[in-house]
Design a binder for this molecule. Structure first.
Ligand code: UN1
Length: 509
């Protein structure tokens, strides 16, 4: 049985202080912001926020550092990221502690997040020797056409609470090898892990002789983010968060002809076909829907099940949901930790009530837990809810563990339901029918940036590009050739013929 007690706020404060000290970060002391833990819902430390002048200075400093960093050979830039990866390995446990304390992730998921950071560092070190441009066949004799990739400038990273460190590392490790410098505005909900990451990168920079200002952290509310968004010296804004935030950020960056890379809401679904291996499907579904307390961009929010197997699958999921250990994320037996805040719990309860008003029926979950032990925390049973159709609330992203179950008869109907939401991040199908699997992955199938077979929607590896379509924002981060978003290509024409030949056979003079 998972324990029904929780650590005290004082225990967590001590643990956070120890982790911060071990990574060499200064324990914050201020009054503008609060570091808080969702484990008890109480404040840990006060912090000082960046003023407008501090943000201005940080932008100027990262811009200045860029002028040097862009001239450092890319494989040398890789040495900084390699050292960062080593420090992340050394401090894996400390960083995971801070993630659990601030984001409420269970231990194995918090360690997994740090592993994701280590993996992207390895990837970026390799990339530092592979920033390839193409050579293009010229239409003119004695000419060579080539494409060269240059560093872009200062990258502004705006990150969310739910992957408070990994998403920063995807952007920062890749941006640094690409020759960019980084200014980071983390979520106000997770300042401590940001201080720890910033400190480790500063240590790595000091050790390899990189400019200190290749990276700056600015803590604060949205006014800090807005300054980055509106400043033409910030070449790229990479922002993770809600679609509402993206609707503000995208046009503002575009208005100054800056670049943006948006990773916004998801409303991820899995199709479960009659031939599916149900043992595998149940495990995959429960992890994707209830894991991380439903607070991943990639969390599974809709299940589209063939009518013939719906009752069997629902019975198995209901049984699995009834046994989910909910509670202290430091307890090794816990699988579901707290929601980030009581506001998130209110949003979840509101969505469940709306779904019921729109004809939905709760199959499992929904009760609040541990309210006596921690009245300010938000522990809740993940909810399984049957709906007859994809009503308004089902088509929205609620950042909480609610899984809506829909049924289908014909495969085309499953695909149509799947794609009939405004978001397009992640998707999956459970089937043993190759025709269905291939159709789902084809241009007529899932319209998401991530499409999986016989595995849930969450938990992507860093080697692939991460991101999605429609209201998810269209950005791609992390692996594959996502690095191109962090560089600018120049097309070069080199004439070694000794004669001037114009393209398209144009004659002049
Ligand atoms: C996010 O929730 O913003 O695929 C990122 C996953 C993780 C990353 C999620 N690798 O679930």
């Amino acid at each position: 049985m998972v324990s029904t007690t929780l650590p005290t706020t004082e225990d967590l404060r001590t643990r956070a202080r120890t982790s911060l000290e071990r990574v060499g970060a200064t324990v914050p002391d201020g009054a503008d912001l609060h570091a808080r833990t969702p484990i008890t819902g109480e404040n840990l430390f006060g912090l000082t926020a960046a003023t407008a002048a501090d943000t201005e200075e940080a932008i100027a400093a990262t811009r200045e550092a860029f002028l040097t960093w862009r001239t450092t050979p890319a494989p040398r830039r890789g040495e900084l990221v390699r050292r960062l990866g080593e420090l992340l390995r050394d401090h894996k446990s400390d960083l995971a502690d801070l993630i659990t304390i601030e984001a409420g992730k269970i231990r194995s998921e918090a360690l997994g997040e740090v592993q994701e950071m280590i993996d992207i560092c390895d990837f970026a070190v390799g990339l530092s020797r592979q920033l390839y441009g193409r050579t293009i066949a010229s239409e003119r004799p004695g000419h060579r056409l080539a494409e060269t990739w240059h560093p872009l400038g200062v990258v502004g990273v705006i990150s969310a609470f739910n992957f408070p460190a990994a998403v920063w590392s995807w952007n920062t490790a890749v941006a640094l090898v690409c020759g960019d410098t980084v200014i980071w505005k983390p979520s106000e909900l997770t300042p401590l892990i940001s201080l720890a990451c910033d400190r480790l990168l500063a240590q790595a920079a000091g050790e390899v002789g990189a400019p200190r200002d290749v990276h700056r952290l600015v803590l604060g509310d949205r006014t800090v983010g807005e300054k980055l968004v509106d400043d033409p010296r910030v070449a790229l804004i990479s922002a993770t968060g809600s679609t509402r935030m993206g609707r503000d950020v995208g046009p503002r960056v575009a208005a100054r002809f800056g670049r943006s890379l948006l990773e916004l809401g998801g409303n991820n679904a899995a199709v479960v076909a009659p031939s599916a291996d149900l043992d595998l499907a149940v495990q995959g579904i429960v992890f994707a829907a209830a894991g991380t307390a439903g607070q991943r961009c990639t969390s599974l929010r809709r299940l589209i099940v063939h009518r013939d197997i719906a009752d069997t699958l629902v019975a198995r999921l209901t049984a699995a949901y009834a046994k989910l250990p909910i509670g202290d994320p430091f307890d090794r037996k816990t699988l579901v930790g707290p929601l980030i805040s009581s506001t998130a719990l209110d949003g979840m309860q509101d969505a469940v009530a709306r779904a019921q008003a729109q004809g939905g029926k709760i199959l499992a979950g929904g009760s609040r837990r541990l309210a006596d032990a921690a009245p300010q925390a938000a522990y809740v049973e993940p909810v399984l809810l049957r709906v007859d159709e994809q009503t308004d609330v089902v088509r929205e992203e609620t950042f909480a563990p609610i899984l809506y179950v829909l049924t289908y008869d014909a495969f085309e109907e499953a695909i149509a339901l799947h794609n009939d939401v405004p978001q397009g991040l992640s998707s999956s199908i459970f089937t043993r029918d190759q025709h269905e699997a291939e159709l789902f992955l084809s241009s007529e199938g899932s319209d998401c940036g991530i499409a999986n077979v016989n595995i849930g929607t969450s938990g992507a590896e860093i080697g692939g590009a991460f991101g999605g379509e429609k209201e998810t924002g269209g950005g791609r981060e992390s692996g594959s050739d996502a690095w191109r978003a962090y560089m600018r290509p120049a097309t070069n024409t080199i004439n070694y013929s000794g004669k001037l030949a114009l393209a398209q056979n144009v004659s002049f003079l």
